[in-house]
Ligand binder design. Sequence first.
Ligand code: PLP
Length: 359
Amino acid sequence: RHYNFCAGPAALPTAVLERASREILDYQGRGLSVMEMSHRSSEFIAIAERAEADLRALLAIPANYRVLFLQGGASLQFAMLPLNLLGKGGSANFIQTGIWGKKALTEARHLGFECVVAASSEANGHIEVPPQSTLTPSADAAYLHYTSNETIGGLAFDYVPKVDAPLVCDMSSDILSKPIDVSDYGVIYAGAQKNIGPAGLTLVIVREDLLDQAVTPSPTLFNYRQLAEAGSMVNTPPTYAWYLAGLVFQWLQEEVGGLEAMREINQRKAQKLYAAIDSSDFYSNPIAVRSRSLMNVPFVLADEALDAAFLREADAAGLLNLKGHRSVGGMRASLYNAVPEAAVDALIDFMADFEQRKG
Ligand code: PLP
């Protein structure tokens, strides 16, 4: 297998894919694939419950939080959040640090909800997260939304905002990369396709007291309370993605050794790559050091005309998907949990060699 630096859908742990491939035709002697099971069967219910229990253990999720395994991606949550949290009035507040946070705000506005920008890094081109002291949530804030890691810009929060309103966090691209304190949040959500599993599954972790603030009437499939009461099975859930996510949770616990161990590995990977970029005049990354993402490392070459050769040669060397997002160009190396340290070492060696030949 080649080294895959894709921002999402991203690399999955090889051990997880090997296990899934061993079980794909005949799950534990049942003579059928997980893909072919009823979601109401005892076998699948056991898979689903184990996945939730393992996730709860990994993140130390308190008992007063519900875990939902949904569809529609993180993008559907941009709409579901105001629909579920603004039924009793108030406004949605946002910290804007990049493209994904802006989409969340735009969607809430599009639905007609009152939206307030409580802080923004737009004026500095999203190169540094606004400090806590600059947050100005409105008095009627029903919640404050932020994006802990902006996947495209490579900008990450180095603190958890402290405000009176419930915190809502889009953790699509850094969930499970390090320990967090779930009790700091009202809602945490994430599309699965980076650190959780394959695309098609969306995780929502919601505090119980926030389950009953939905706009009425609301579609059943958009309603946190109804989804929670139905065990995320109002309709057919993405069963295979749920099963694979469960295997990823087991891998994190049993093979990596939990989220503290994962954090150390992720820090080491990112620090190496930033050090290589900073020590060269040929590569650069614009983000303020305190706001640099451990998961997505964007960088540009001094001479844009070399971009195509860089990508072509990297691909030929087995270093895949280094092209930056179409909206920003340049390069981006995503270093999610499943990207091994050896991949980062190989990338750094390739970058040094390319610079020596072309710089
Ligand atoms: N939020 C963040 C931080 C993301 O990185 C992405 C996708 O890359 C999304 C939201 C949108 O996720 P989805 O494609 O699951 O809707």
